[in-house]
Design a binder for this molecule. Structure first.
Ligand SMILES: Nc1ncnc2c1ncn2[C@@H]1O[C@H](COP(=O)(O)OP(=O)(O)O)[C@@H](O)[C@H]1O
Ligand SMILES: [Mg+2]
Length: 351
């Protein structure tokens, strides 16, 4: 097949006067793109790269790919990850991964949490702020964790994200509003282990059609393949990071990543995390691949809380969580990339 890899390269990103220095931290490197293209080419496909910017529409018309391998994070706007898929749908070109609505939803952490809460899935209690002086919801208990609503890759996440009282919270709100022009998510701070679960596949109906309504109902997630969970080994990082998976760890120290994979968890806990991953995948409407980030509350028997779902998980072969997890599960990078592609091919009847 003719496969176009659609991505936003960090080095091609627009330069905007006064932009925050971490503005493009979630965009991709040439190394990642080369690795994905090599993996796809190894299966005999004809693969080429197109930058997901304003030139894309014309380039797609010229090159006419059979399918696009989409990892575009987008550049602008509060639904930026959904822009390229929207163009592809208008042009009726098939692509890998989640679609427009899901990518817009999951980029917005509070919106995603509303959906999770509606379905009774465990996510930390929260409040969003649009102004520094908004009244605090009486249900909110300190300490709290503050982060921008629509960023990723640890952007806006540092040791200062934890606030132990209202004064600290208001100070951090001010900092985040100054830096990121968007609402701030304030959540209960979950102290405990940091675990992430990656998966590929698609739920097969009818078993996955509904979430079980009670605890005894079978927790079926047919069609999904879960990789071993990865735990970030916080003990290996400077104490200033305060046990948080900060922007510094994700970006500056990315090449020197300390993790445990498979994470040392009981089989029952792995089963529970896989189930929660499947349920989050299901209720947010993800396709083909995703990674769900959790914290295990050490003050409540390691109860897992869902922080977010990433429908476009990083694919850097050297250090991205999903790639490490796949490897721990006995999959090569080539197998991982092509499974995502094959899921999309099969789902859309292109084989
Ligand atoms: N409610 C919370 N309690 C404790 N730590 C949190 C909480 N929310 C986020 N964190 C920390 O911040 C990191 C980044 O948060 P996350 O929501 O996964 O955003 P992203 O990965 O998109 O930057 C998490 O991996 C975790 O270390
Ligand atoms: Mg995360």
């Amino acid at each position: 097949m003719r496969v176009a890899l659609l991505a936003n390269l960090k080095k091609n990103a627009p330069i905007i006067p006064g932009m925050s220095p971490d503005m493009w931290d979630d965009l991709d490197s040439e190394k990642t793109l080369d690795a994905i293209m090599a993996a796809i080419a190894a299966r005999g496909h004809d693969v080429f790269f197109l930058e997901g910017n304003l030139t894309l529409y014309d380039r797609l018309r010229e090159t006419k790919p059979d399918i696009c391998f989409n990892i575009c994070e987008g550049h602008f706007g509060d639904s930026r990850e959904s822009h390229v898929p929207a163009i592809l749908e208008m042009m009726r070109i098939p692509y890998t991964g989640s679609r427009v609505l899901t990518l817009a939803l999951t980029l917005d952490k509070p919106m995603t949490k509303r959906v999770l809460a509606y379905h009774g899935l465990p996510t930390p209690p929260f409040q969003t702020f649009e102004r520094t002086n908004e009244p605090l919801d009486p249900d909110i208990r300190f300490p709290v964790f503050l982060k921008p609503s629509r960023e990723g890759t640890g952007m806006g996440v540092s040791a200062e994200s934890v606030a132990h009282d209202e004064a600290q919270m208001r100070r951090q709100l001010r900092r985040l509003f100054d830096r990121y022009d968007q609402p701030v998510l304030v959540e209960r701070f979950i102290e405990g282990r940091e675990v992430t679960v990656g998966m590929v596949g698609n739920l097969t109906s009818p078993v996955a059609w509904r979430l079980p309504e009670n605890e005894d109902a079978p927790r079926i997630s047919r069609g999904l393949h879960f990789f071993p969970p990865l735990e970030v080994d916080m003990s290996q990082y400077p104490p200033e990071e305060m046990g948080i998976y900060t922007s510094k760890i994700k970006v500056d120290l990315a090449e020197d990543f300390h993790y445990l994979c498979p994470a040392p968890l009981s089989p029952e806990m792995v089963e529970e995390l896989n189930w929660l991953t499947a349920a989050t995948f299901r209720v947010t409407g993800c396709l083909d691949v995703a990674r769900v980030d959790f914290r295990l509350d050490k003050h409540d028997n390691d109860k897992p809380y869902i922080l977010e779902i990433n429908p476009l998980p990083g694919l850097n072969p050297g250090y991205s969580d999903l790639c490490i997890e796949a490897q721990a599960g006995g999959w090569s990078y080539e197998e991982l990339v092509n499974r995502i592609l094959d899921e999309a091919i099969e789902r859309q009847g292109l084989a």
